[in-house]
Each structure stands twice: as structure tokens, then as C-alpha cells.
Ligand binder design. Structure first.
Ligand SMILES: Cc1cc2nc3c(=O)[nH]c(=O)nc-3n(C[C@H](O)[C@H](O)[C@H](O)COP(=O)(O)O)c2cc1C
Length: 224
């Protein structure tokens, strides 16, 4: 079955509706099932080799939201007003390097590959990391995992917009200080995970102050 259940116009309307919401209406809460839907679109997102190198923390605890403010200059108003506030974590090298135990667990227990397939997959994955993409430092491996986690970010924001929910992606934080805080107060094992982004969800307090500005198609798309 391949019949469209939503029109292109409706989808583009959602893309126009979505904007980086600076302040939310603090009195409005996202329904549990709507938030579950948004998070499900993160879970179903594609990732390189299918390794899902991410984790999402939904921060609803008021004290923990307060604790984030000093390390996240781009977030205070959103931390105060967003219905839901999510941290997008990505796996560090200890999790995603070709010989990491997590990779083996994914292949055996999630993908349920037979042993001979696992071995072939690992050889291929090792060559990709070491030769094709030269992921030869911990930082490069983290950034590569981050790229996957940003796909989930895009999907969450788009799916939220499609059901009339606003969002704001946030990179306005100090990564080192934020990760120290996550280690101390949020129970995050920072040997395994780093912080890629934050994203706030809720309902806008006011209409956006500016119309959307974007470059022209001809300046960013080349057809050959
Ligand atoms: C990865 C990423 C990080 C961002 N970080 C912040 C942020 O820290 N604070 C903020 O207010 N907006 C942030 N933005 C929002 C952008 O400024 C915004 O998306 C851009 O100006 C385009 O506007 P629009 O999203 O309203 O169409 C971020 C956007 C992205 C994609």
C-alpha cells in the first residue's frame, strides 16, 4: 500500500508552522500520547549501519531544569516554559568503535544476526570506520554518532509540527560544563555518552516575530 494519507500542502504547512520557539505558553502541557508519538519518531529514525547511537533524556524535574540554566545560555526561557525538555545524547567511542561490546550486542540481540553475518558486518564496519571515513579519534567518532542523533532531532521537530506542537532546538550550551553536570546530577555515564543538543517542546506563547527567511532554491540546489 502506497497511497498518500497526508497531502504535500499539509506537510509544507507544518514546515512553515515550525519555527525555533523562543518562549512557550507555560500553562499548556503536551498530552502524554503526543509526547510518546514524538519520541517514537526519534526511535524509528535511521542511523548509519543501524546502530542507533543515541539516548534521549526527558527532563521534567524542576530542580534538574534549574541546574541546566547556568551551563546552557540558549535555554533558560525554554527551561522555564517548555512543556517537555529533551536532551539528545550521542554515544562516545567506547560504545561505537567497531570492536565495542555495544556493537556486538546490537548485532546479536537487536538485529539477531547469525554469527557468520555478524563477522562479515563487523569487517565491513571496521573498514568503514578506519578507511572510508577515517574515524580515527574519539572526537571524530562522537561527531559521527552526533550526526545520527541530529536525524532524530529533525524527525522529532517535524512530527511535532505535524500535530501542531512547537519546538526549539538548542546548541546554546557549554559542552564540557553540561556533560560534567550530566555526570554529577543526571546519572549519565559520560564515558559512554556526550551531549549533542537540547530540544524544547510545547506551545508557542506568541506568534513568531519575523516571517521565515530562507535562501533561494537556485542558490542551494544544483541539478546536473
Ligand atoms: C542545531 C541547532 C541549534 C540551535 N540552537 C539554538 C539555541 O541554542 N537557541 C535558540 O534560540 N535557537 C537555536 N536554534 C534555532 C535557529 O536559530 C533557527 O532554527 C534558525 O534561525 C532558523 O529559524 P526557524 O527555525 O525559526 O525557521 C538552533 C537550531 C539548530 C538547528
Amino acid at each position: 500500500m502506497n497511497s498518500s494519507i497526508i497531502s504535500k500542502e499539509e506537510i509544507l504547512k507544518a514546515f512553515e508552522f515550525r519555527h525555533a520557539t523562543k518562549e512557550f505558553d507555560a500553562s499548556r502541557k503536551i498530552a502524554e500520547e503526543d509526547m510518546a508519538f514524538i519520541l517514537e519518531t526519534a526511535r524509528l529514525s535511521p542511523s548509519s549501519f543501524g546502530f542507533e547511537p543515541w539516548h534521549f533524556i526527558v527532563v521534567q524535574n524542576k530542580e534538574l531544569r534549574e541546574a541546566l540554566k547556568p551551563v546552557a545560555w540558549g535555554a533558560p526561557l525554554k527551561l522555564d516554559t517548555a512543556s517537555h525538555f529533551v536532551l539528545g545524547l550521542s554515544m562516545n567511542a567506547s560504545m561505537t568503535k567497531w570492536d565495542a561490546p555495544y556493537i556486538s550486542t546490537m548485532l546479536h540481540e537487536v538485529k539477531k544476526f547469525p554469527e557468520e553475518v555478524v563477522n562479515g558486518y563487523l569487517t565491513f564496519y571496521r573498514e568503514f570506520q578506519e578507511r572510508d571515513f577515517a574515524l580515527d579519534t574519539d572526537k571524530k567518532l562522537f561527531d559521527w554518532a552526533s550526526k545520527q542523533t541530529y536525524i532524530a532531532l529533525g524527525n522529532m521537530m517535524t512530527s511535532a509540527a505535524l500535530i501542531g506542537i512547537d519546538s526549539c532546538p538548542i546548541e546554546g550550551f557549554n559542552q564540557e560544563k553540561a556533560e560534567a553536570l550530566l555526570r554529577e546530577k543526571f546519572g549519565v555515564d559520560t564515558d559512554k555518552y556526550g551531549l549533542s543538543y537540547m530540544v524544547a517542546f510545547g506551545y508557542r506563547k506568541a506568534e513568531p516575530p519575523h516571517a521565515k527567511s530562507r535562501r533561494n532554491k537556485k542558490d542551494l540546489i544544483t541539478w546536473l
